[in-house]
Design a protein around this ligand. Structure first.
Ligand code: ADP
Ligand code: MG
Length: 358
């Protein structure tokens, strides 16, 4: 079993694709600040957040400004974790989940509201492939990973009875939420990190720093390019099998890149590899091996889309990304056909555009 993520007790987001993605932020350009006499310096900060290694890379002309801005961004991420985590018993999300089936609608704060609105949009757009009510199923599969045994079918049936995105009732005028079915449990593991990255970048901008990158696991959000560069150079490493299609290099500016797949977080039972991503329509962890990369304007969209595409598979998944304004995607999937390992690649028409050094 490979489930590095679960070693950390409070982690609520799955394991890192960060090993695959190298951010090659160029040092060139240091020394060409916009105002005469000022020199850009590159600053890098790292900290565990949300149970994952997070990183901030930014360019500033003054070390104090850089440190203060990074500190404010860390604070914002920690705050969002305390609101959106399903691991924290006292998070706003956990408190909301505990009201499931009570008939009550609970007023919620702006962050949770924004994430739930976006989640519901993604559920609708993906025909339910993306579904933050998968909590009860995710719990079952987390246990399966620990015990290395498949969940019993009747438990899956029972969990599925409490899974359904249409049972999240958003009441716009009062910004309150009613969870209709008893036993519902929300899990924002596929969207909250993207939102936290967006918000961290927003904090940096607020502090006057726009040439910045914030990453958590392998997901990232970037602002203005490093000085003198057309963008942030990001290498999306290949699927971890011999003969897989080669790495792709993209240049990002004011964009987010998020990945999703089964490689680091899965359990192998009876020769079958089950991912930490669950198909809400069947209750089963995904069994195909794929790496999905999505680029979008915002992290919240790229994060959610990458998970939706994992569930939908390359054809329907890429169709969904094509339908999403200013988003692009790449899916590399390995399949065994006639006893031979083969690779399928699917991508949006615009993906190659990101590979050009503009
Ligand atoms: P990573 O955690 O590697 O960034 P994802 O962004 O794809 O990967 O998020 C996976 C997490 O999302 C799971 O650990 C679980 O918490 C949650 N999840 C699993 N299946 C779904 C689904 N179908 N829809 C929404 N969230 C899901
Ligand atoms: Mg995701």
């Amino acid at each position: 079993m490979v489930a590095r993520g679960l070693r950390l007790p409070r982690r609520w987001l799955a394991a890192p694709f960060f090993l695959w993605i190298l951010v090659a932020a160029a040092f060139v350009g240091a020394g060409c600040a916009s105002r005469p006499g000022l020199t850009w310096q590159r600053y890098e900060f790292e900290r565990p957040q949300m149970g994952l290694p997070f990183r901030i890379v930014l360019y500033a002309t003054d070390g104090h400004a850089a440190t203060n801005a990074a500190e404010a961004a860390w604070k914002r991420i920690a705050e969002l974790n305390s609101i959106l985590s399903d691991y924290e018993e006292q998070s706003e999300l956990s408190r909301l989940s505990r009201t499931a089936g009570s008939g009550r609608a609970i007023p919620i704060g702006p962050d949770l509201w924004r994430v739930l609105v976006r989640s519901q949009e993604m559920s609708r757009a993906s025909g339910g492939a993306f579904d933050v009510t998968v909590g009860p199923l995710v719990q079952l599969w987390r246990r399966a990973r620990r015990q290395r045994a498949l969940p019993e079918p009747d438990r899956i049936t029972a969990a599925r009875a409490a899974v359904g995105w249409r049972w999240v009732e958003l009441r716009y005028p009062t910004r309150s939420v009613r969870l209709v079915a008893p036993g519902m449990r929300l899990d924002l593991g596929a969207i909250a990190k993207g939102y936290a990255l967006d918000e961290a970048l927003a904090v940096l901008r607020h502090q006057g720093i726009s040439r910045a990158l914030v990453s958590g696991g392998g997901d990232m959000v970037v602002g203005e390019a490093p000085p003198g560069e057309p963008g942030w150079k990001v290498v999306v490493a290949p699927l971890d099998s011999p003969g897989a299609p080669p790495a792709r290099t993209v240049w990002l500016r004011w964009a987010s890149l998020c990945t999703s797949g089964d490689v680091f977080q899965h359990v192998e039972i009876g020769g079958v590899r089950y991912s930490h991503i669950v198909d809400p329509r069947t209750g089963i962890g995904l069994t195909d091996h794929s790496l999905v990369t999505v680029i979008a304007r915002r992290g919240i969209a790229a994060d959610a889309l990458s998970t939706a595409v994992s569930v939908l598979g390359p054809v329907a998944g890429i169709r969904l990304v094509e339908r999403t304004p200013s988003a692009d995607g790449l899916v590399v999937r390995s399949v065994v056909s006639a006893g031979k390992l083969q690779f399928q690649t699917a991508e949006t028409g615009g993906f190659r555009r990101w590979e050009r050094r503009r």
